[in-house]
Design a protein around this ligand. Structure first.
Ligand code: ASP
Length: 332
């Protein structure tokens, strides 16, 4: 009899989910005649994936899940690692400022039930992802902007900090000499952190946090805090998150598109590729000049990633392995 594994909670969806390549390393158990599903061994779940080379962040999220912490705690604490890292100049403290010298942060989070929270253009608070979570859990709203978001964070006990480090200030001052706005295609192999996690029950959630594009206009908001663009999670289908030129992701409602394509039967890899193609194929596309990348996971625990240009990578923590792998890309 052909061996089959099934994801632990396949019955939740009402269908048996055939095992995918990402789950084939699991120890197998021969199903007995009456047994409809086989419990997926612990080795394959939980699963954490993230945009770019962020092994410390995925390790943190994994650690939380391994200790039976919640998906949201895992995602929040994983993202906080990058937000606090001043060497990562595209997320949190140390982020590159807008053209007026102000560091403004965008973040969002989405849970298994489809609830979400976001902050946009928020200053002076390092952990934007924590504020986004609080917006979701403690307010009647889904998004707070600017001063309102900052004041809400402070009233929730977070402290104001100067997010502009000397290094980012110096770069900005150098940039001011020419003041030419030309976002860089891949920044130092780490950029916006988008993170998706699946717990041992096969439930999914996601998070995304960024300081946005360096030297953007004051008030500019990209895709990262926009549910459906920078992030989308449907716990029945899968989840996706984006990085890169936010304007292009917003125009194609990218992460929602990836999830809907998975709903229609595409694998995460196929869905990411199709969503990138939508951007590239637009009549006025000048994709030579910008990067966009997606990562995705479906309910089977299969993952995928794709970008317009070479240089994008995804970090995956699964089966006790924390790996960063270069993604395939469109422009060869
Ligand atoms: N997507 C982010 C934005 O447009 C930036 C990035 O991922 O590089 O704000």
């Amino acid at each position: 009899m052909k061996r089959r594994n099934f994801i632990k909670n396949a019955s939740l969806t009402g269908i048996g989910l055939a095992v995918t390549p990402t789950l084939t390393n699991c120890a197998e158990k021969e199903p007995s005649k009456n047994e409809k599903t086989v419990v997926t061994p612990k080795a394959s779940l939980p699963l954490v994936i993230a945009t770019w080379n962020v092994p410390n962040a995925t390790a943190k999220a994994w650690e939380v899940l391994e200790a039976n912490g919640s998906l949201l705690d895992a995602l929040e604490q994983g993202c906080m690692i990058e937000e606090a890292d001043v060497k990562n100049q595209s997320v949190g403290k140390g982020g590159r400022p807008d053209r007026d010298g102000n560091v403004t942060l965008d973040a969002c989070i989405m849970n298994t039930k489809g609830d979400c929270g976001a902050v946009v253009a928020m200053e002076n608070i390092t952990h934007a992802i924590s504020v986004a979570r609080k917006v979701m859990e403690e307010t009647p709203h889904v998004m707070l902007a600017g001063e309102g978001a900052e004041n809400f964070a402070v009233s929730s006990g977070m402290k104001r900090e100067n997010l502009l480090t000397e290094a980012s200030k110096k770069e900005w001052e150098e940039w001011l000499v020419k003041a030419a706005y030309k976002p860089i295609i891949n920044i130092e192999n780490h950029d916006t952190i988008g993170m998706l996690a699946m717990d041992e029950n096969g439930d999914l959630s996601g998070a995304c946090t960024t300081s946005g594009l360096a030297y953007k206009m004051s008030g500019r908001v990209g895709d990262s805090p926009i549910i459906g663009s920078g992030l989308f999670v449907d716990n029945q289908v899968g989840a996706a998150v984006a990085t890169g030129m936010g304007e292009e992701v917003v125009k194609t409602v990218g992460s929602f598109l990836v999830v809907e394509l998975m709903r229609q039967g595409k694998s995460p890899q196929e869905a990411c590729e199709e969503a990138i193609k939508r951007i590239v194929d637009k009549p006025n596309s000048n994709h030579e000049n910008f990067q966009v990348a997606y990562i995705a996971v479906n309910k089977n625990g299969e993952t995928g990633s794709y970008s317009i240009h070479k240089g994008f990578s995804m970090t995956t923590y699964q089966n006790d392995k924390n790996e960063n792998v270069q993604s395939d890309y469109y422009v060869k």
